[in-house]
Design a protein around this ligand. Structure first.
Ligand code: MN
Length: 428
């Protein structure tokens, strides 16, 4: 992936899983679509299309319409794992997206052109073969400069003219067919059924097949690698480059339902410091793992998409507009397997799948990386005003001596004193 594309896609508030390859055996199967009616803080319809190994997702506040004159706002949301398509039930209160989910429609979809190109271009046309929805539809990305047009996530969902259209004035499909497509139940009936609660801990990843994964108990204590500062980025190939996130280094250790937060030295935070970060622990608990250690940086992301370490205390206290965000960049242990000897590239791929499973429900985000020239990355990344770039060897292990290189950006970004760029620890 080129740097320009990486930067264009980059939004610190939204990290998508890298496009996965479809699971074996699915290649020739038809693509599925699903619409989940979601009674969260505000009722909406989650419109999801299977593409690039995940469910591309849009939140449609008013739901789909069969009237080509009606354009429905569709806000793009996090990719969801394909396994989420079957879900109908309750997401516990207090979790992101908490509320009741009703499987409103599902079936298969067919792109009219090249779906990858059309999706990237923000003009995706397709046919639906569902129980309630049929015929041609289009998802068009808004590009205007109006109050809505400024939002990169805003699309419109529009019915195309064909034999399946219906005048909205004669009633809406969402009103006429409110029931679940699989069980025929209403939202209230689903909400009353305590047997179908979303347990993200239930679907674990297969780590046993990962080369270098060593069966081992969860370590009580480990020493995380530290960063070595350099003046220049590494030359040559075989490096993964990440942007440094201004914030505090934080690790999280998952053991069953217990989550312990650890500092940069691998030691548990004080009770008070951990208590202030209890939302992070609660979100880490939702990862589909019985035992895990993740490594990352805790920060707050401003509405303009930039991490802001100074806004972290406010975000932890639930004040201010910046969103508490835990960028994770490594996974030294997962479900009965020590991954410290597994190459970094594979650890991050596993981490991407792990974080992808909880998607928009948590404050966890994968810290993305690119390969290629460290010099180019350093120049481009620093131009964006980040404090430093991080380079790590793609086949490197997770040992105290691992070569993790931090290359600061030369001049402080305009308007920001250099002191703001310091790295802080999670001791407070
Ligand atoms: Mn939703």
């Amino acid at each position: 992936m080129g740097l320009a594309e990486y930067n264009r896609k980059r939004n610190f508030g939204i990290t998508r899983e890298p496009p996965g390859t479809p699971p074996a055996g699915r290649a020739r199967r038809q693509r599925m679509f699903v619409i989940q009616k979601h009674a969260a803080s505000r009722l909406h319809y989650d419109f999801r299309l299977e593409l690039e190994g995940v469910l591309k997702s849009w939140s449609v506040p008013k739901g789909p319409s069969l009237d080509p004159k009606v354009k429905r706002l569709a806000m793009q949301t996090e990719d969801h794992p394909v396994s989420y398509a079957d879900f109908e039930g309750i997401i516990p209160k207090g979790q992101y997206g908490g509320g009741t989910v009703l499987l409103w429609d599902r079936g298969t979809w067919e792109p009219q052109g090249d779906p990858h190109k059309e999706f990237a271009a923000g003009n995706l046309k397709f046919f639906l073969k569902g129980d309630k929805l049929h015929g041609g539809f289009a998802l068009i990305k808004l590009k205007g400069r109006g109050p809505r047009g400024g939002d990169e996530r805003a699309w419109l969902l529009i019915k195309e003219k064909d034999a399946e259209t219906r005048d909205e004035a004669r009633g809406s499909i969402t009103d006429q067919r409110p029931e679940s497509v699989t069980t025929g139940r209403t939202l209230d009936q689903i909400a009353a059924d305590r047997d179908h609660v979303w347990h993200s801990n239930r679907a674990q990843l297969e780590v046993a097949d990962v080369e270098g994964a060593k069966p081992a108990p969860l370590p009580a204590r480990l020493q995380p690698p530290a960063f070595t500062e350099r003046d220049a980025p590494p030359s040559g190939t075989g490096w993964l480059h990440e942007m440094e996130i201004a914030g505090e280094r934080l690790l999280a250790r998952v053991e069953g339902d217990a989550v312990t937060l650890l500092g940069a030295d691998g030691a548990p935070l004080s009770k008070a410091a951990a208590a202030r970060r209890k939302r992070v622990a609660a979100d880490v608990r939702l990862l589909p793992a019985q035992g895990a250690i993740v490594d990352g940086v805790l920060t707050a992301v401003r509405p303009d998409g930039h991490p802001d370490a100074d806004a972290l205390p406010g975000a932890l206290a639930g004040r201010g507009k910046a969103a508490l965000t835990y960028f994770v960049f490594d996974l030294p242990y997962l479900d009965g397997h020590d991954l410290r000897g597994v190459p970094l590239g594979q650890r991050k791929a596993l981490l991407a799948r792990l974080v992808g499973r909880v998607g928009e429900k948590t404050c966890l985000r994968l810290l993305d990386h690119i390969g290629g020239s460290g010099l180019d990355f350093h120049r481009e990344a620093c131009r964006l005003g980040i404090p430093a770039m991080i380079s790590r060897q793609e086949d490197g292990d997770y040992q105290p001596r691992a070569r993790w290189i931090r290359v600061p950006c030369g001049a402080p970004p305009a308007g920001k004193p250099a002191s703001k760029r310091k790295r802080v620890s999670a001791r407070a």
